[in-house]
Design a protein around this ligand. Sequence first.
Ligand SMILES: Nc1nc2c(c(=O)[nH]1)N[C@H]1C(S)=C(S)[C@@H](COP(=O)(O)O)O[C@H]1N2
Ligand SMILES: [Mo]
Length: 330
Amino acid sequence: MPNIIVPPRWRIPESQITPESVYRNRRAFLQEMGFAGAGLLAASQMSFAADTASPAKPAAAAAAASGATGGKYPAPRNPKFDGKGLTLSDATVTAEYNNFYEFSTSKERVHRLVGPFTTDPWTVRIDGLCEKPMTVDARELIGQFPLEERVYRFRCVEAWAMIVPWTGFPLAKLLAAVKPTSDAKFVKFTTALRPEQMPGIARLREYPWPYTEGLRIDEAMNDLVMVATGIYGKPLPKQNGAPLRLVVPWKYGYKSIKSIVRIELVAKQPATLWETLAPDEYPFESNVNPRVPHPRWSQASERLIDTGDRVPTLPYNGYAEQVAGLYGKS
Ligand SMILES: Nc1nc2c(c(=O)[nH]1)N[C@H]1C(S)=C(S)[C@@H](COP(=O)(O)O)O[C@H]1N2
Ligand SMILES: [Mo]
């Protein structure tokens, strides 16, 4: 019999009561992993739940942006992604309503906890199956590419959404610079792991940190995928993923990994944090699809975080024209 530990179907955030069978499986798994006694509870209190909250209210001041490469902002807006027909979300709301579990599972608290997190200097490694791997400081990396601004829709799996102007450059340009070999079939991304600066990590000890994500190489090369370095014409605030994050606008928000320290070209589909925790809820592909409900809530509509308006969700989050062909459904 193969010796495989099958992770239980963790109900990441149970707003409801945990069925006993799930509770038992989770406990067995935690014991396997050496976390006996670790808060079962943490996991069951998590909050990837359908979002029915009322709109976040702008709190006090927005947190300061990281000062690196300030001279490059604001960058010119790419006319192909000028946001015509879209209304930008309120910048204070997007800076104070965040998912960044390394700090907190409370969206309103993240921006108040990032102060001690240092994002300059910042070393990024781009390596794996490529001819020209590099290890470079984020400031220097950002200096190597022309920055542009693009207005994108952004859709969290929890059914909230925003429309923001990102600054950055296409991931495809960075990948081209390291020259992937023909064996490179996927790209794996990893976030910084600094428990001493990230108070959320200790509260979720059973999570498979660091936060990781992945794309197929053809997805990663699509022009829509950005390495974002800024938002609203300024460097990224720490809570939005300074100094470098991914933005993949046709996929659920968790694919847009923040505060990246490593980009690795790999041959096999990499494990991701969310897929490891709950593969039936957060699968690797995770394209926005209003017709496929999350196991615990509908994905047919979404709530704009600043106005509270509920609007229909679009296939591929409105980017079908650019990406449906990647999935044999042009
Ligand atoms: N490292 C890391 N990246 C992350 C997350 C996280 O918890 N940790 N949350 C993801 C999720 S679920 C969403 S919706 C977006 C939120 O981005 P924002 O706070 O800039 O709006 O970040 C994604 N990237
Ligand atoms: Mo999300």
